[in-house]
Design a protein around this ligand. Structure first.
Ligand SMILES: Cc1ncc(COP(=O)(O)O)c(C=O)c1O
Length: 360
């Protein structure tokens, strides 16, 4: 039977993207060296959860933070709260943000909110888009970087101008910071500096940080206190979340300082892609550890090319190609694996990739 791209990718010696496999070994690495006496959290209380919340709140420069099982839950709650406070149902965000395309309309179905889509699908939200927005919008959500367009970022000055405008108009600003750590090297700012522009912030622990799952929602004390009530209403107040929290805490300590390396790796790898005829990256020069690779050939053809390259070189570039008009694309997100890739082999893989593409 012919193997799929994902099957071949899962068997290569050198997968280029991500941190590593998500398997039981991750759990063993997290817990094997720990004392068995550490107590679990219980319904959002206890040292293990409270210490971690305080640590991340301080890192984000916010007075308070709450741990959630998922960003999906945390963000729907954040937007609901800002709407209730203003007495409006309207929130604004990018047409390709996570809430709009990956959450089965949770905001509409669960909270009866009315999202206003700003900007075109293929570009960032600008200050001008925000200026055109109705003043009765309760909250504007910005996703940094904007994942579905390759992980693009506004200039920091534009972000500051948007924040000032929203403050002036009484519109709350919420940060979808699923990849906040990953953009800090490019901005040359601390997390707290970026978060100071926002009224509420969500960050993730399983993307660049590489944990199992989990999210933090941070903001003023009154805001996070209310979010705990919503967490319970959503069924997110699990009796114990400590497996996620302990793992997230370790992954945070281990990988936070590596974000600059991941970013530099993305810049280096994107250049290799852009030197390959028929391929372009978006953005051309990455601003985080991620980018998209666009190919001017259909998905099935591109997959065959990639499978050949993986089988010849042992280098795996992606396990998942998607359709994009006449062509195809995939997302690249770099982590721990990249520095273990022999550079000469990687270069050889790109030589083979070019040759195979020329044959098609
Ligand atoms: C930009 C963005 N926001 C929010 C989320 C939701 O996170 P979670 O999977 O924890 O619900 C994701 C997850 O991929 C994401 O990429």
């Amino acid at each position: 039977m012919v193997k799929t791209l994902l099957e071949v990718f899962n068997e290569v010696k050198y997968p280029v993207v991500g941190h590593g496999k998500r398997n039981v070994q991750v759990l063993k690495d997290t817990f094997d060296h720990l004392s068995g006496d550490i107590d679990s959290d219980i319904y959002g209380t206890g040292k293990v959860i409270e210490d971690f919340q305080a640590k991340i709140a301080a890192y984000l420069g916010k007075p308070s933070a709450v741990f959630f099982p998922s960003g999906t839950m945390a963000q729907q709650i954040a937007l609901r709260q800002w709407c209730d406070e203003k007495g409006s149902r309207k929130v604004a965000y990018h047409p390709l943000c996570h809430l709009e395309i990956h959450e089965q309309d949770g905001l509409r179905e669960l909270h009866h909110l009315e999202p206003v889509l700003l900007a075109d699908k293929d570009r960032l939200i600008t200050l001008e888009d925000v200026r055109q927005m109705d003043d009765d919008v309760a909250c504007l959500l910005l996703e940094l970087p904007q994942r579905e367009i390759g992980g693009q970022l506004p200039a920091f000055e534009e972000l500051e101008a948007i924040a000032a405008y929203c403050r002036d108009k009484g519109i709350k600003l919420h940060l979808d910071g699923a990849r906040l750590y990953e953009i800090l090297p490019y901005y040359g700012k601390s997390a707290a500096e970026v978060c100071s522009l926002f009224d509420s912030v969500y960050v993730s622990f399983y993307k660049g940080i590489g944990g199992i799952a989990g999210a933090i929602l941070a903001g003023e004390e009154a805001f996070t206190k209310q979010s705990k009530i919503w967490k319970r209403r959503h069924g997110g107040d699990l009796i114990s979340l400590y497996p996620y929290i302990i793992n997230a805490d370790q992954a945070f300590d281990e990988r936070l300082s590596k974000m600059e390396h991941y970013y530099e790796a993305a810049v280096e790898l994107a250049e290799m892609y852009n030197n390959c005829g028929g391929l372009t990256t978006r953005p051309v020069v990455p601003v985080s550890n991620m980018f998209h690779v666009h190919a001017d050939m259909p998905k099935e053809t591109f997959e065959k090319v990639l499978i050949d390259v993986y089988e010849e070189t042992g280098i795996g570039l992606t396990g998942n190609v998607r359709e994009a008009g006449q062509g195809s694309y995939y997302e690249v997100s770099l982590g721990d694996r990249y520095e273990g890739i022999p550079k000469d082999l990687l270069k050889q893989a790109f030589v083979r990739l070019q040759a195979k593409m020329n044959d098609k």
